[in-house]
Each structure stands twice: as C-alpha cells, then as structure tokens.
Design a protein around this ligand. Structure first.
Ligand code: GDP
Length: 289
C-alpha cells in the first residue's frame, strides 16, 4: 500500500536512511525504468552525499527498450553508473555485483595499502514506494525476506543478507518519498500505480496518459482495442474523452441506457497499461523532462 507523505514522514524517512548509510559502502538506488526522472526522489543526491551509488532502472520489462537505452546513455554521460534490470524475473540482477565492485575500487585500494583483506561490500537499496525494492531484496537473498509493501517508520531490527561471498545487503530498504507537486510528475507516477488512485483521480490520470500515448505510442489503441481513429486535436479535451469512451465501449464499461462509465473505462485502461498489456511503454525521455 502506498502511503501518503507528510513532512514528518519525510524527516523520519530521511533520518532512517542517513542512519543506514553509516553502515554501508554502496547505495543501490532503484528507479522505475518507465519514468526514471519522476521516480527519483529530488533530495536523493543531498541524502546520499558522497556515498558511491549504483542506479538500477527496474521494471525494464515494462519499459520501451529504445527509451531505456537512451536513459542509460544519458545517465552514463552524467557519470552515473546505471544498469537496467527486471527484479521480478531477475534479468540483469547478476550484473549488480560486478558494478558494485567497480564502485568499490578506491576502497579496495585503501584496504590493500593498509594490508587489509577485502570484506563483502555492504549495500542498501533505496527508492520510492512500489519501485520494486522488496522484490529485488528477495531476489538477491534467494528467498522471501522483505515484505512487499511500505511502512516507513516500522523498522524492526535490520539484518544483513548475504549475496554470495562478496556482497551483503541490509534487509530493510531505504524508503524515499516521491515528489508529485508538479502535475506532470504526479500523473506519470500515478499512471504506473506509484501513487494511489485515491490521491489523483483515475479519470484525470487516464486522460493524461491517453493523450501522451496518442503522441508517442499511437499504435496501442488499434492493437489493444481495435480503435482506428484517434483525436485529431489533442488539445480538445472532448476528443480525448471520446477516446476513453471508445475504450469503455469495447471493454464493457457501459451503463444502463448505453452511457459509458468513464471511471470504469479509465480503470480498465490504466490496468492494461500497468500490467504491460499495452506493450512496453516509457512515460518520459531524457531531455524532455
Ligand atoms: P517496493 O514498495 O519498492 O518494495 O516494491 P515491491 O517490491 O513491493 O514491488 C511493487 C510491485 O512491483 C509488485 O507488484 C512487484 O511484483 C512489482 N515488480 C517489482 N519489480 C518488478 C519488475 O522488475 N517488473 C515487473 N513487471 N514488476 C515488478
């Protein structure tokens, strides 16, 4: 369940992460490959400070592969070490350790100079709710150790999980808050289900998403719903609503009297998007956000 963030939550979450950071060598920041900018906590740089950081673009199975490639190039150009993964099946997960080791080079060197034997890399996974932190922890652990779902503030004693001989991982992730004051960011987060539908109205989210898809992935409406004609003028809200109604008509969101239930049509459409039934879609590209 996604929590609603208030200033008190944020302060507590930040403090908890800062406590955990003292214990670790490398922070593993999880972003959603479908919206790498919007799923990033705006204060992450400030919170992590100089701590070596590996950025993972999770749920890459749901993202547009060409867009993911662009994001990887962009982040790499910004000197960010980045890796696309899919925590639910494990794709890319085995590359985490080698990347983390690269980030450890200065520390290994310092240990070597002191004549110390290298110990396992200590890592922490951080990210906003629903980005896949628990799924990744469980996958790295090879068993269910982290409950999926979010409850900042309810940290029972944390433990190290061993990932092979060379990496240890804290079993409780660092939970960061998303930033959704910017309506565009909020809508993108909501489109993927990172913000609950009670917070942003699902009809508004569906409206925003349908408009975006008409621009960037116009083929999905034909492929999934057999809809041939798309809005000619995307700035005309009526035309976008008509598109959602057409989806509703084809997916049984019809009320007695033949009127379309727009709320239901929106839910069906968003469910299709979130579960990947509309294909692999990325909601923002570098340079455009
Ligand atoms: P957390 O809140 O960050 O711990 O996120 P969870 O691990 O609870 O995951 C949230 C949802 O995303 C769950 O339904 C997971 O099954 C799903 N999920 C996590 N990783 C992936 C992934 O790589 N691909 C897909 N398709 N779903 C994922």
């Amino acid at each position: 369940m996604t929590i609603q963030w208030f200033p008190g939550h944020m302060t507590r979450a930040r403090r908890q992460i800062e406590e955990k950071l003292k214990l670790i060598d490398v922070a593993i920041e999880l972003l959603d490959a479908r919206l790498p900018a919007s799923s990033r906590n705006p204060m992450i740089g400030d919170i992590l400070g100089q701590k070596p950081r590996l950025v993972l673009l999770n749920k890459s199975d749901l993202a547009d592969p060409a867009a993911t490639e662009r994001w990887v190039e962009k982040l790499a150009a910004d000197q960010v070490r980045v890796l696309p993964i899919d925590a639910s099946t494990g794709t890319g997960v085995r590359d985490i350790l080698p990347r983390a080791k690269e980030l450890m080079a200065p520390k290994y060197e310092a240990w070597r100079k002191k004549g110390m034997e290298p110990r396992p890399i200590r890592t922490l996974i951080v990210g906003i709710p629903n980005v896949g932190k628990s799924t990744l922890i469980n996958r790295l652990a090879g068993r269910a150790v982290a409950a999926t779902g979010d409850r900042p503030g309810v940290t029972k004693g944390q433990q190290w999980i061993k990932f092979g001989k060379e990496m240890d991982l804290l079993d409780t992730p660092g939970i960061l808050w998303p930033k959704f004051e910017d309506p565009q960011v909020g809508f993108r987060l909501a489109a993927t289900g990172a913000i609950r539908d009670e917070i942003l109205n699902s009809e508004d989210v569906a409206f925003f998403t349908a408009k975006f898809l008409c621009k960037r992935y116009p083929g999905v409406f034909q492929e999934r719903y057999g809809i041939e004609t798309l809005p000619e003028d995307l700035e005309d809200p009526n035309q976008v609503v008509e598109l959602l109604e057409a989806i509703g008509r084809r997916r049984g969101a019809v009320m007695s009297g033949g009127k379309i239930n727009l709320a239901k049509a929106s839910d069906v459409f968003l469910h299709d998007l979130r579960s990947g039934k509309l294909g692999r879609i990325t909601l923002e590209l570098p340079g455009l956000v």
